[in-house]
Design a protein around this ligand. Structure first.
Ligand code: PRP
Ligand code: URA
Length: 215
């Protein structure tokens, strides 16, 4: 078993607020409205840490008291790229932190039999090269969707890529880390395993269905 907790590019959150909110999301009695709100809140809490290395620059500001030199986010701007559909549920939580971020979209669904991802849409902010890119998807199960989405972003020229999920399975985290070792990975909670249908156990079920109220 890999020691994910000591890997340089992997952050597995232990913050009590994140753990508490994920437990509420797991509960099958949590309805769509509350589930959506919790996904946003977890994304904000994770984003606070994931964006802690955004570069700053000095700017001149005049306060009501005096002129001063102070810090603002510089240069490289942010792009948020949700993996459709479920990744959309994390976007408002990150926009709360950086309202000016551009948002791209990658459409992927898992084939129900093979569990392999099928891409159906890709639209990214251009130019993408200079941006810090945060890919969002609540669930990292086999890792296929995240690996393919990030490969697609790299083909478009993306370089500075982070991946943020709410729950990961060990097999998916290992695959993503090995396939894209340059990508910083943020995980709200590392769960036990996948079941025979490639669902995360204990997990929270189908994240897309729970966010959008479908089934
Ligand atoms: C879910 C989830 C991920 C993917 C994870 O999406 O949101 O994108 O499965 O599984 P993987 O790591 O094994 O690839 P799904 O295919 O259910 O599509 P949806 O978001 O449109 O519901
Ligand atoms: N996708 C989900 O939405 N949930 C899982 O447990 C696995 C893949």
């Amino acid at each position: 078993m890999e020691d994910f907790y000591n890997m340089e590019n992997v952050t597995i959150f232990t913050h009590p607020l994140i753990q508490h909110k994920i437990s509420l999301m797991r509960d099958k009695n949590t309805g769509t409205n509350e589930f959506r709100k919790l996904a946003e809140e977890v994304a904000t809490l994770e984003g606070f840490e994931a964006l802690s290395d955004l570069p700053l620059e000095d700017v001149e500001i005049e306060t009501p008291i005096e002129k001063c030199t102070t810090k603002m986010i510089a240069g490289r701007k942010l792009a948020i790229v949700p993996i459709l559909r479920a990744g959309l549920g994390m976007v408002p939580g990150l926009l709360t932190l950086v309202p000016s971020a551009k948002v791209g979209h990658i459409g992927m669904y898992r084939d129900e039999v093979t569990h392999e991802p099928v891409e159906y849409y890709c639209k990214l902010p251009s130019p993408i090269e200079e941006r810090t890119i945060v890919v969002t998807d609540p669930m990292l199960a086999t890792g296929g969707s995240a690996c393919d989405a990030i490969a697609q972003i790299k083909r478009h020229g993306g370089v500075h890529i982070k991946f943020m999920c709410i729950i990961a399975a060990p097999v998916g985290l290992k695959r993503l880390h090995e396939t894209h070792p340059d990508v910083q990975i943020y995980v709200g909670h590392l769960d036990r395993e996948l079941n025979k249908d490639a669902y995360i156990c204990p997990g929270l079920g189908d994240a897309g269905d729970r966010i959008f109220g479908t089934k």
